[in-house]
Design a protein around this ligand. Structure first.
Ligand code: ACO
Length: 326
């Protein structure tokens, strides 16, 4: 059987840093409130780069670190909720800019779980033998769908992208187990509206159209802590492993308190959870890829280490991947 292994990683964030102090000039908030409720100290906010620009930079770096050429890539999947256009996809724009031959390219939408969904989707193509090298990107410019007058949401998010190159291996390593779940009955607790119906028969809501993120924060919090625990337990069970066998959990970086709660309830020490949200906030599809790059830079991952990447987001969606590092 073929297995999907990560052979390259890359990330990119805009250089512009927005601190909590900067936010106090826009909305009635404080560094103390944001840090104590979320753990976030600063985030990167684009001053012109679009999602496809962030995605391209992360993808280019992942490709460089993989040792593969752009023309070796068979498929590009970009997870995003903030594409430059409805069409073309961000993935197609990256494909063209990279010069990735005739690689298939498409976007996937699973909000902040997008990167995990894209990894698992890519792995299916590899495990069936259809493709050998797949580029997976998670990229979002959340800043363009925030209401910068709404203090309950604008303090939480940032812009950024992460990418990995997955490649087929005959050794039993790489992605070992996955668990993807959705609960559409809760779709209204985290929403970014799309363009309303507008045609010769209907002109509903067009004047009041506003794509800004609207969130029932406490409902999202409750959903997250429950489902992340379920996803972690599910992949451990599928892989026939115990929490002690896992070197690190790489969680979606939304809120430090969510991660602390999961650590407490799972009995997995908090030190095993990689946390960098203090510097980037929630970059949606970008968080896990950005974290992986930093962990590698800090020499935290060695061949044989088992890690769990786990995310949750709008939809509501959630999912985990258990992976043996190679
Ligand atoms: N600064 C100061 N005060 C604030 C701010 C702010 N930035 N935001 C809200 N408040 C106020 C509220 O107005 C409220 O005031 P009131 O009591 O006078 O009405 C008070 O703080 C408490 O508000 P709550 O919403 O109850 O605060 P809570 O403790 O629930 O924390 C938070 C809010 C941080 C958003 C929390 O609910 C949370 O983290 N939820 C999860 C959110 C999340 O992870 N979202 C990402 C999802 S992933 C994706 O797919 C996008």
């Amino acid at each position: 059987m073929l297995h999907a292994t990560i052979i390259g990683t890359g990330s990119y964030v805009p250089s512009n840093v927005m601190t909590n102090e900067d936010l106090t000039k826009l909305v009635e908030t404080s560094d103390e409130w944001i840090v104590s409720r979320t753990g976030i100290k600063e985030r990167r906010i684009s001053t012109g780069e679009k999602t496809s620009d962030l995605a391209y930079e992360a993808a280019y770096r992942a490709l460089q670190s993989s040792g593969r050429k752009a023309t070796d890539i068979d498929l590009i999947i970009c997870a995003t909720i903030t594409p430059d256009y409805f069409m073309p996809s961000v993935a197609c724009m990256v494909q063209g800019k990279l010069g990735a031959g005739r690689a298939a390219a498409y976007d996937l939408t699973a909000a902040c779980t997008g990167f995990v969904f894209a990894l698992v989707t890519a792995a299916q193509f590899i495990e069936t033998g259809m493709y050998t090298n797949v580029l997976v990107i998670g990229a979002d410019t959340n800043s363009k769908i925030l209401d910068w007058k709404d203090r309950s949401t604008c303090v939480l998010f940032g812009d950024g992208a992460g990418a990995v190159v997955l490649s087929a291996s005959e050794e039993k390593k790489g992605i070992i187990a996955a668990d993807l779940t959705s609960d559409g009955s809760k779709h209204s607790i985290l929403v970014s509206p799309a363009v309303p119906l507008s045609n010769p028969y209907i002109q509903d809501e067009i004047e009041s159209f506003n794509p800004s993120i609207r969130m029932q924060g406490q409902e999202v919090f409750k959903f997250a802590v429950r489902i992340v625990l379920e996803n972690i337990e599910a992949v451990l069970k599928k892989a026939d492993l115990k929490a002690e066998d896992i070197k690190y959990i790489v969680p979606h970086q939304a809120n430090r308190r969510i991660i602390e709660h999961v650590a407490k309830c799972s009995g997995i020490p908090l030190e095993k959870f990689y946390i960098n949200l203090d510097r980037y906030g929630n970059t949606s599809s970008g968080t896990i890829g950005i974290a992986l790059v930093e962990m590698l830079q800090d020499n935290m991952l060695q061949p044989g280490d088992k890690i769990i990447m786990v995310g949750f987001g709008g939809g509501m969606t959630s999912g985990a991947v258990l992976l043996e590092w190679n």
